[in-house]
Design a protein around this ligand. Sequence first.
Ligand code: SF4
Length: 238
Amino acid sequence: MKIDEVLRRNFPIISEDYRKFALDKDKCRKCSMYSHYEQVGQSEGNAKDPTFMFIGEALGEEEVKQNRPFIGRAGQRLRAELRKYPEVFRRDTVLISNVLACRPPNNKFPAGDHSKIAETCCNLWVRREIKMLKPKVVVTLGNPALKYIRDDWGITANRGQWKFLHLYRSWSLATFHPSYVIRSENSGKKFVVDQFEADIEKIATTWRSMIDGDYRMSLSEEEWQQQLVVEELIKMGV
Ligand code: SF4
């Protein structure tokens, strides 16, 4: 599919800066992942000023074919959960993205010796995407997003907990990847399903109180940069 058509279909709202970013991303041939897919994967949703950004792992087979994130079985599970809160999660409030923009061979997320690939891809794309769009809430889905976006590890210990991300000036909540939720549904681990559903409900019902109660969210960009300098000086004991 031509990139212009992908952008038109995936993004009901898009800024000019984001369009340039997405066109650059389409041309990325930076690592060995490129040979395993047909086109670099794009995000979907509000690409100008989303309130929520959901970040998964990487595109699956169906997602690559259509160049749309989270439209396979896992995506349908996530979208079904979001549809329970139509006043909160909408196409104009949400952006869905992935840690890795290309589909890894055999759906195996690069780890060990290959983890540099994910680090490089994150620096090039998803971290810049968060900084550019400044979502108020970043939701990480599964362990890779937890690691590369929140710098935490261990989804069971971290899920369901709000954390303020200084790097992005966003609040973040971690939950399970929906593909794990599906596997858990099929293997009788109902508590995983319950926790995933509770996490999404928690975001929908408490996100505003997190944002409204936090003075950092209302600072101008200049004030925020000054605040970061002060925090750095305090850390250094100056
Ligand atoms: S995985 Fe990321 S860094 Fe590698 S080619 Fe794809 S977009 Fe570029």
